[in-house]
Ligand binder design. Sequence first.
Ligand code: NAD
Length: 327
Amino acid sequence: QTLGSVNEKFSKTDENLRRLYIMSELRYDGQTVVVTGAGGGLGKAYATFYGSRGANVVVNDLGGSFKGEGKSTKAADVVVEEIKAAGGKAVANYDSVEDGEKIIETAIKAFGRIDILINNAGILRDISFKNMTDADWDLIYKVHVKGPYKCARAAWPYFRKQKYGRVINTASAAGLFGSFGQTNYSAAKLSQVGFTETLAKEGFKYNILCNVIAPIAASRMTETVMPPEVLELLKPDFVVPLVGVLTHSSNKHETGSIFEVGGGHIAKIRWQRAKGGLLKTGPSMTPGAVLKIWDNVKDYSKPSYPEGPADFMGLLEEAQKLPDNQP
Ligand code: NAD
């Protein structure tokens, strides 16, 4: 349907309603979506959403426990059947995201293309840092860092060639803010912010838009740490609409952004730089000189919002123009 036909339905004063109406009609016909870890939780919600809106869906899931033990084809198969029963198109893939190229190959073999990649698969190996083993650390790294890399790396040549791609990576509040007992997970999840921001910069001229979400949702990952009445407010379905908007072809500019999303709340998150203090570099840049400007270093009353390494370079020149620091 055209924008004109939508306009006929709503008067100009109903701008918000008109927008909502257009959004509710977002479709993905003819596009192929890969959702990793789509056998349950958030991944299942994404997969069934895209399946119900015309996309070809690759339902990837290793089918192991939430700690990353074992595997099974059942998790992915059940979701594929559900999508098909509702009239959608879907195929299963049972590989670990560590073998991302096999997952993308499934998309190409089954549907001949890949348009949207949702890097969602995840596990937990929560343990205090004192008791952390290399195995706990490495497994989290493999699933949450190497997996998204392998999937994106395999999809990238297709995205570039067709000058179209939409990627969602999955971070976590644990990565943004830290979380007791989750050093491995926090480190891996924050990596997705840097990964996404650089992918966004490299991809933009090829119309490849990449965003990262820090979701909160009821799933087997969270069901043991939150009470049932809270879980009820946090259905994975409430994360899906944002992902639907960001990965739709009507999104032409939103890229390299971090979103907090869950339970009806959606907000962008960004880095904030305090006022800061400048010191002349050289012998007079002593710890005592740092203490003299300490209040400015932590003064957030007039923040700035740096967006890249170049934002810092200008400050270097300014620092050079300063007189020597007073002892
Ligand atoms: P979930 O356990 O329900 O879903 C994760 C899925 O990934 C599972 O079906 C699992 O079998 C699959 N999986 C695990 N390892 C895999 C691998 N190597 N290859 C392929 N599939 C694999 O959990 P969820 O809550 O839906 O989590 C989805 C994503 O969201 C994860 O990346 C998680 O870290 C992140 N996340 C979730 C929350 C939350 O509140 N639920 C919060 C922050 C981040």
